[in-house]
Design a protein around this ligand. Structure first.
Ligand code: ZN
Length: 430
């Protein structure tokens, strides 16, 4: 005891593994805190510890350090905490009637959140049988499991159309690609989801859609980012101000929509008519299916869209002072896609909208398939697939993947996600 000893024995710093362990515990602490405050987005959810930490990192970014982390284990650009590896869960089996069957190993993509949900629900619905010598808990390991237990879900609530979620585009930091990433992730899912309809309505819309169709076709084996750049380059050469190709300025997403969706199949003509003296007071045409929903009235997107197509105006006829009526006519029966910009945050986003041409008596029903969000100089997206499953994409954090959030009816606020507000709504025919 009298002798001095090597201070390194107690001050020598942590081994890499131990430091990682402490850092992961800090993240788990922060997840618990946010969960308690109800500030955790649905994307931060998993059954295993590693997958949960990974989902938090995907949400916050790997550079994010919770406030309470002690400086000695803080991470930074120079001493980074990398994205934790995808966990490879041990194989599992349901104990019970079917126990004679061999254990069914989860496949390699086992951090897929849907798989976990499926596993949780199987346990719930078949009656979970715990290991010998242990007492069963009445709730699942995470707090939100309680909610899951209360809200009985059916197996068909789980997306089954494809094994993994929609593919996403990875953000390019050097050229700020997020506007393209969001729109193309949504369009790519529309392409994959119904190839027949795509070929019919989209593949010949214009040169941009030809590039997408060619690039996304199996035969070409082109990455989604390569296809994006093929679209970006001509746009930026034609109009470098709206479509800059550097890390200084962002893209004008409205200009992007007008360019990318412009085509004779999307043309519409608006007339302002006086019904009293049957005068056409003004007429204008656009070649893109894009409408701004502004004002500040509270109502639904569906009704507001109807008004922007056809309805009474406040302007009056110069001859008889009767209020003018606006009427929209489409070159085709109806456009292959409808894009709405949501300038009025009071509007309730509806899953369906109807397009009615003033000349035809035909109504076409459209379904919401994608939402682009904007905030803090960045665009992100949600994809709604044909099974009403909602997926979140952020090229900066989720990259090539989309994160499963839940069914449409279970999404609390479709108008915002992670502090960003919905700015574009993309609808396609039913
Ligand atoms: Zn008149």
């Amino acid at each position: 005891m009298l002798q001095g000893f090597d201070p390194k024995k107690i001050q020598g710093g942590l081994t890499g593994f131990l430091r990682q362990e402490f850092r992961e515990l800090e993240i788990l602490d922060d997840i618990t805190r946010l969960c308690y405050l109800g500030e955790l987005p649905p994307s931060v959810s998993a059954v295993t510890r590693t997958a949960l930490i990974r989902s938090y990192q995907l949400w916050k970014g790997t550079e994010h350090v919770p406030k309470t982390v002690h400086p000695s284990i803080e991470w930074s650009k120079h001493d980074p905490m990398n994205l934790v590896d995808k966990s490879e869960d041990a194989s599992w089996q349901l104990v019970g009637k079917k126990s004679n069957k061999a254990a069914q190993p989860l496949d390699r993509s086992s951090d897929n959140p849907r798989k976990h949900k499926l596993a949780v629900m199987l346990n719930q619905e078949t009656g979970y049988i715990c290991a010998k010598g242990t007492k069963p808990l009445n709730t699942l390991s995470d707090d939100r499991g309680k909610a899951r237990l209360i809200k009985k879900r059916k197996l068909d609530d789980v997306p089954q159309s494809s094994q993994s979620g929609p593919a996403g585009l990875t953000w390019e930091e050097t050229t700020l690609s997020c506007a393209y990433d969001s729109i193309l992730t949504i369009l790519h899912h529309i392409f994959v989801d119904n190839r027949e309809r795509w070929d019919e309505s989209f593949s010949r819309l214009n040169d941009f859609f030809s590039i997408m169709t060619q690039g996304w076709d199996n035969s070409e084996q082109c990455s989604l980012e390569e296809v994006r750049n093929r679209i970006r380059l001509p746009l930026s050469q034609g109009d470098p101000e709206s479509f800059p190709y550097d890390n200084k300025q962002g893209t004008d997403i409205y200009a992007l929509v007008r360019e990318v969706f412009s085509g004779s199949g999307c043309e519409s003509t608006v007339q302002e008519i006086c019904e009293m003296c049957e005068t056409v007071c003004s007429e204008s045409s656009v070649t893109y299916p894009f409408w701004h929903l502004d004002g500040n009235s509270a109502g639904t997107v569906s009704k507001e869209f109807q008004k922007s197509l056809n309805g009474q105006l406040t302007r009056r006829c110069v001859y008889c002072r009767t209020k003018l009526v606006k009427s929209t006519r489409f070159s085709n029966d109806s456009p292959p896609v409808v894009i709405l910009s949501l300038l009025n945050a009071n509007l309730k986003i509806t899953q369906k909208i109807v397009v009615q041409s003033s000349t035809e008596d035909v109504k076409s029903s459209y379904r919401l398939r994608g939402v682009v969000y904007h905030g803090s100089y960045h665009f992100t997206a949600r994809i709604i697939d044909s099974n009403n499953c909602v997926w979140y994409h952020d090229g900066m954090t989720t990259g090539k993947d989309c994160v499963y959030e839940g069914k449409w009816k279970d999404i609390g606020d479709i108008g915002s996600v992670n502090d960003r507000r919905a700015t574009l709504l993309i609808y396609v025919p039913n």
